[in-house]
Design a protein around this ligand. Structure first.
Ligand SMILES: C[S@@+](CC[C@H](N)C(=O)[O-])C[C@H]1O[C@@H](n2cnc3c(N)ncnc32)[C@H](O)[C@@H]1O
Length: 208
């Protein structure tokens, strides 16, 4: 496989270029990683890379954010790719179906993540987008993703207390190396920009 670090660095450059991104056809989630945001564009560019085949998104919300960016990027890259996202809020399912209609590469796992963990654990995951919205699932999800060992892990909200301790653990452990951090000017919570981190598995990282 191409050096994973260079896939991420190329994606950061690719996110600066103009292109046609997917149209949101249903309800837009205002804190989502759609392609109108910086992080959404980076996710699109990573998911579009020929060697990034299996992507798992935590979680879907209305399906207008990260999972739509991933679905579109995968479809555009003409490769044998697959994406999964999970959502437990039943009131969002109609919007998810609307936003993702026609994307055959996408599997939406409806229900709580704990119901779907056994499937997720069988996957050889290239990219995870990590954006839980509450404390209650944080530790469980963190342990699950660590166990799955995704090659690239995009971790959102590193500058908020509920997410910070696990982020700190991740950057202090030997299994992941942080490639970059950033904010999407469009995304704020409690009047603060939401910061994200991009990490790659250290055994796939080439020092150069
Ligand atoms: C911040 S939103 C994710 C937005 C997404 N990153 C995007 O780009 O649109 C968090 C979502 O996680 C879902 N969620 C939280 N805990 C969950 C769980 N245990 N299982 C499944 N979904 C969960 C919530 O219902 C909510 O829709």
């Amino acid at each position: 496989m191409t050096d994973v670090k260079s896939i991420v660095l190329d994606a950061i450059e690719c996110a600066e270029q103009a292109r046609t991104y997917p149209v949101i056809r249903g309800q837009k989630y205002q804190h989502g990683f759609d392609c109108g945001t910086y992080i959404g564009k980076i996710i699109w560019c990573i998911a579009n890379h020929p060697e990034i085949r299996t992507v798992v998104d935590f979680f879907a919300n209305t399906g207008s954010g990260a999972i739509l960016s991933i679905a579109h990027a995968q479809q555009e890259s003409n490769n044998n790719k697959v994406a999964y996202s999970v959502e437990r809020n039943t009131t969002l399912f109609t919007e998810i179906d609307k936003n993702l209609e026609g994307y055959k590469n996408v599997n939406i796992l409806k229900g709580d993540i704990r119901q779907h963990a056994s499937l997720i654990e069988t996957l050889d995951i290239d990219l995870v987008t990590y954006d839980p919205d509450d404390d209650e699932i944080q530790q469980y999800l963190f342990e699950l993703v660590k166990k799955c060992r995704p090659k690239i892990w995009i971790y959102h909200n590193i500058n908020y207390s509920a997410w910070y301790a696990n982020y700190l653990e991740l950057i202090s452990c030997t299994q992941y190396i942080e490639i970059g951090k950033g904010v999407s000017p469009e995304l704020t919570f409690q009047e603060q920009n939401q910061e994200f981190s991009i990490l790659v598995r250290s055994d796939l990282y080439t020092h150069s």
